[in-house]
Ligand binder design. Structure first.
Ligand SMILES: [Zn+2]
Ligand SMILES: [Zn+2]
Length: 174
């Protein structure tokens, strides 16, 4: 059984990390550890874009060693980007051991709607399971309900489930 470490950087709404840990545990039948990460995020801030460098943060999380952990997911609350995209919800090393995700663009408030903590938690669960799926070697899937379907907008996240489809699951079990 694999062990996945969720490393949170910054403050998060109550219970959201615990709910995400449970969902990851159920989906991948793995152990999940939770840790508080400590980083000076100022070093990763791109002043011109007013966003945080997703590639540098991914490498940073990779460089932190978490004993007894097979995979790590860094969870942030800041706006992440990579050079070719306006923003990212998260990213991962395909088949590697590290992923990152941010709740920054997952909250209703970001889009001028009323807060919904359950919806926020559901979105983070899906994002976490999606990025960890990449570390387990899964690529994007066309099944509209599969958690490995790519999401450009937050509505895309809402339309998929938090689960792998049968075909993605069968790849994992090879
Ligand atoms: Zn993806
Ligand atoms: Zn799938």
């Amino acid at each position: 059984m694999q062990t996945i470490t969720l490393v949170s950087f910054g403050q998060f709404p109550k219970d959201i990390l615990e709910k995400t840990a449970e969902a990851v545990m159920e989906e991948y039948k793995c152990h999940v550890n939770m840790r508080d990460g400590h980083l000076d995020l100022g070093e990763f801030f791109d002043a011109a874009r007013r966003q945080y460098d997703g590639n540098a943060l991914l490498k940073q999380v990779q460089s932190m060693s978490f004993p007894e952990s097979d995979k790590s997911l860094g969870i942030f609350n800041v706006d992440l980007f990579i050079p070719i995209l306006t923003f990212i919800f998260g990213q991962a090393f395909l088949g590697g051991n590290t992923a990152i995700a941010s709740i920054y663009r997952l909250s209703n408030e970001r889009y001028g709607m009323l807060p919904d903590q359950n919806l926020l938690a559901d979105r983070l669960k899906k994002e976490a399971i999606h990025e960890l799926g990449h570390t387990l070697g899964l690529i994007h899937c066309r099944d509209p309900l599969c958690v490995m379907r790519s999401s450009t907008y937050v509505e895309d996240i809402d339309q998929k489930s938090q689960h792998l489809c049968v075909s993605c699951r069968s790849i994992l079990e090879i």
